[in-house]
Design a binder for this molecule. Sequence first.
Ligand SMILES: Nc1nc2c(ncn2[C@@H]2O[C@H](COP(=O)(O)OP(=O)(O)O)[C@@H](O)[C@H]2O)c(=O)[nH]1
Ligand SMILES: [Mg+2]
Ligand SMILES: [Zn+2]
Length: 308
Amino acid sequence: MKGLITKSTGSWYQVLEHETGRFFEARIRGKFKLIKTRLTNPLAVGDLVEFSLEQDDVAWITKIEPRRNYLIRKAVNLSKEAHIIAANIDVACFIFTLKHPETSYGFLDRFLACCEAYNIKPLILFNKMDVLSEEEKEFTAEIEALYQNIGYETLEISSYSKLNLEVLKNRIKDKVSVFFGHSGSGKSTLVNAMQPELNLRTSEISETHLKGKHTTTFAQMHFWHFGGSVIDTPGVREFAMIDVQKEEIQHYFPEIFKTGRSCKFHNCMHINEPKCAVLDAIEKGEIEETRYVTYLKIMEEAEENSAI
Ligand SMILES: Nc1nc2c(ncn2[C@@H]2O[C@H](COP(=O)(O)OP(=O)(O)O)[C@@H](O)[C@H]2O)c(=O)[nH]1
Ligand SMILES: [Mg+2]
Ligand SMILES: [Zn+2]
């Protein structure tokens, strides 16, 4: 039987059987877990699997289909392991808030780089437009233009004023989507605004409470009435890349990669090489320094990881 993982708790999974629309509680056999990997979870929400039924209602997962893509974060422990957040994503939405809370560019740029690395289409949502002054709206438009020029799709929204929620629905209709952003950026409120019946828990307080208690939080897929689904993931704070070579990283920053073709040295890493077109472009303000800083950070991490 074939199915889709719709919920992952770490110890068991919920599988949706495609043909019948029935949900099963599924487990994985021990040997599955032994597959050598740097990932802490063998399966994630969005994975397509094969499973067989034993004693009617116990489902055993026997095979994972190759993933089209996935996003990962660092494991909670300090090992070099990583955790798969979700797999087979069509649109990964990043919720940017200029204030309440102020979004970190490092968080956004790392997310975008991971989307490039793992072949995922990102969409940047500028949320809480209702609280912005005219001046702040203009500033938001400038940030948007910056990301659009790099090639990213953006949309200004507000769950409160319902700004562009219909546009967003059309954009994610019939697709598997996932929402990221700082705690408090309005992820749960947005999902509820598009489908109130889902009734996801909102406000920061309950989330911090959960984190403090180390309650097992799990990822879950919800289905939209208008078609498609959203994967709700508990508090992702930092995206990760594993097994990437330093030389590859510039490919994940499209404007750095494009500009880098004019560097004097074909293998330029844009750190301190002479006649580096990227460093020139930063100087001229043609490449945003905040993005470059994230580029350097990911390079450093890649170096540390390869040193083991
Ligand atoms: N002004 C404004 N506040 C919002 C909007 N969306 C959510 N909020 C508020 O932001 C806070 C955090 O929202 P929540 O959905 O829990 O954020 P999450 O942590 O990203 O899931 C709550 O107090 C919401 O009422 C919006 O569009 N405009
Ligand atoms: Mg939330
Ligand atoms: Zn260079």
